[in-house]
Design a protein around this ligand. Structure first.
Ligand code: ADP
Length: 457
């Protein structure tokens, strides 16, 4: 079949759906293709934290923050490899994009928090679980405008089509019932996500980690880097592909984030197989993961207490109650630290000492690992422990774009008619992406891509 539209989008995750809504709001007819049976991509299964400097919510909580601080933490947190102009767009538009999402009906909680590796309490949490709030918000809009925005699932984009002047005018895809050609008079937006689930591609580009071959991932299985390959085939510049992010928070069996018992950075510590702390648990994600890899069996225990779970039916970020995790043997519960240590097979004296030293740091704000983010002491039973291992989470490299999301070729020249947004792009986050910056990126740049592509130039 052949479909004629104005803006065509590859991928129906956060960036692609944001782009679809925004392109439509800017007057364009839209077609979105999604290779999986369902929309949502990594966005819908993400932890959902969204960083934005927020005058309203942060000042109500007495939190100091500024666009400048968000900028500096993002830039320095990626070892100054991120593009300053793109970071500027990200930090300045993150909050306006929250307001845009709210205008579309999305609800965020009134409080912000510090997400793992986020370095600062500026993460917004949707009211709906995980990333479903983003996707449901966009899909509600799209369902109300079905005549002008079409989504084709189980349709995998394969090759971009250029006209004789080099302008991208559409793409070929493989649908359930055969070949689909999408012609796009205004432009094509690649929003196909990263390559965290593509082991061969990870291995091809990895230089920062000893090996990634046997490391599991938090990603959905469609995160295979297709858009990067398609764009490179027409000479797009592909940058910083070695910048692959791991989290120290994978489920030991699946690699996913489910079962994670932490509830924000301030109220948990990590201990190794001997029961000793080994890192600043408020540090960058790459720093924590590298430290974890150096521990015996590259595993750790997250330790929390009643402050994180006032009751047994309190849920984690994955809507799993702590009682259910304990019942399933995925978390351990005890009335004393000694008993907890025995259950998880670490030295009780070490664990007790580690917690005592941490509790002293909560008072003194001086910590042997340089930790600065504290709230409550770990001093109230019941205590809980959950096992975690390194897991591949995000790929920071990808297609080079301008601040308007136009794709740039290997000679530094814009490829007309081609746009990219979200995890498929490269060069915003540098070596290490701050926790909470992905959803800010995906929604902000997806929104910009839709508006830019709708202009049709
Ligand atoms: P982002 O956070 O950047 O939006 P996501 O992972 O949330 O990234 O979404 C990317 C979406 O693109 C996923 O739903 C994925 O299945 C889809 N996708 C990946 N490759 C293709 C392709 N070749 N054709 C169509 N859809 C694709």
């Amino acid at each position: 079949i052949v479909l004629d539209t104005e803006v065509a989008i590859i991928g129906a995750g956060g960036a692609g759906l944001a782009a679809a809504v925004s392109a439509h709001q800017n007057g364009a007819k839209v077609v979105v293709v999604e290779k999986m049976p369902n929309v949502g991509g990594n966005t819908i299964i993400s932890g959902s934290a969204y960083n934005a400097v927020d005058e309203k919510r942060q000042s109500a909580m007495g939190i100091e923050d500024s666009i400048e601080k968000h900028y500096t933490q993002t830039y320095e947190g990626g070892d100054k490899q991120g593009d300053p102009a793109l970071i500027r767009v990200l930090v300045e538009n993150a909050y306006p994009t929250i307001e845009w999402l709210e205008s579309l009906g999305m609800k965020f909680k009134d409080t912000v928090f510090t997400v793992l590796g986020g370095l600062w309490p500026r993460a917004h949490k949707p009211v709906e679980p995980l990333g479903t709030g983003y996707i449901n918000t966009y899909m509600n809009y799209i369902n109300q405008h079905q005549d002008e925005i079409k989504i084709l699932t189980e349709t995998e984009a394969k090759t971009l089509i250029q006209n004789t002047e080099g302008r991208v005018v559409g793409f070929e895809a493989q649908g359930k019932n055969g070949k689909v050609t999408v012609n796009a008079s205004k432009g094509v937006i690649i929003a196909s996500g990263g390559f965290g689930a593509n082991i061969a591609m990870r291995d091809k580009y990895n230089t920062l980690w000893p090996t990634l071959t046997n490391i599991k991932t938090t990603n959905h299985k469609g995160a295979t880097g297709d858009g990067i390959v398609m764009a490179e085939a027409i000479n797009a510049d592909i940058i910083q592909m070695e910048n692959i992010q791991l989290l120290p928070m994978g489920d030991p069996i699946t690699g996913s984030l489910s079962g994670n018992i932490e509830q924000g950075v301030e109220n948990r510590i990590f201990v190794n197989a001997a029961g000793n702390r080994f890192v600043d648990e408020g540090a960058r994600r790459d720093v924590m993961t590298k430290a974890l890899m150096a521990q015996t069996d590259a595993m750790m225990w997250v330790i929390v207490d009643q402050h994180s779970y006032p009751t047994g039916d309190t849920v984690n970020n994955f809507n799993e109650s702590i009682d259910s995790l304990v019942e399933q043997g995925r978390a351990y519960k005890a009335d004393t630290l000694e008993d907890l240590a025995k259950q998880i097979g670490v030295d009780p004296q070490n664990l007790v000492k580690a917690v005592e030293a941490f509790n002293a740091s909560v008072d003194s704000k001086v910590d042997e690992f340089g930790r600065t983010l504290f709230k409550d002491k770990l001093d109230t039973a019941p205590f809980y422990a959950g096992k975690r291992v390194p897991t591949v989470h995000h790929t920071m490299g990808g297609i080079k774009i301008t601040t308007e999301t136009r794709v740039v070729d290997k000679n530094g020249v814009v490829i007309p008619g081609l746009f990219a947004a979200g995890e498929v792009t490269g060069g915003i986050h540098g070596t290490n992406r701050l926790g909470g910056n992905a959803l800010a990126d995906v929604n902000t740049f997806g929104r910009i891509a839709g508006a830019t592509a709708a202009k049709g130039n």
